[in-house]
Ligand binder design. Sequence first.
Ligand code: IPE
Ligand code: IPE
Ligand code: MG
Length: 236
Amino acid sequence: MDIDSKFIVPDHVAIIMDGNGRWATGRGMPRGFGHKKGAEAFRRTVDACIEMSVPFVTFYAFSTENWKRPKSEINILFDLFESYLDEFADIHKRNARIIFIGDIGALSEKLVNKINDCVRLTENNTGTAVTIAVNYGGHAEIVNAVKGIIIDELTFSDIDERVFERYLYTAELPPVDLLIRTGGDKRVSNFLLWQLAYAELVFLDVFWPDFTKEDLIEAFRRYSTKERRFGSIKSK
Ligand code: IPE
Ligand code: IPE
Ligand code: MG
């Protein structure tokens, strides 16, 4: 952990980017406009994490449940997502690594190819690891892990918590230290259910399109005040 005089930078920050739709409708604008502004907030936050040398940051971009939305909104989200992938050379220049989690194989072939290009381009970078959860669900992830274990024919005595974790989408990521959710709701919406076990939870009322580096730092400050006991007792 990097310790600054004012706050601790967590090793792994996870962010539920919520409130795009309400941000837009509150302004009399279509929800898609909120997503466009949300994509800008995402870029800003990736930059802030790189600047502050956050080792791991994971963004919830599209859940397995978000397919319930109107097709038109889903198309806007995936178009924005695709245009972001086109800009990845820039992230690469900053030594950041891009990782995707979720059922990526179910997405369009064009998108899967772009995702794979991005991952390959940045896989040897040593800076901030930016993980994007797309078509991600915590339940689906756990079921997928069980299937992987069955495919590999592991037996009863082969399995423990560490082995199980290797079958999750997040096999190469550490546990989440800090979860931030914008938009005012206090729930995890099927995000990183296993990985959040001992995360500190920070819920902010700000809608995602308005999220700034200051809000990120505010979350880091709140995180810094917590004593993490992991089931143990207060350290002296
Ligand atoms: C988050 O904003 C973006 C996604 C879930 C993809 P929302 O679209 O959920 O915005 P609200 O919560 O309806 O305001
Ligand atoms: C969580 O937001 C999913 C993402 C941010 C991608 P939702 O807007 O889908 O969550 P609910 O429906 O309010 O729980
Ligand atoms: Mg929402």
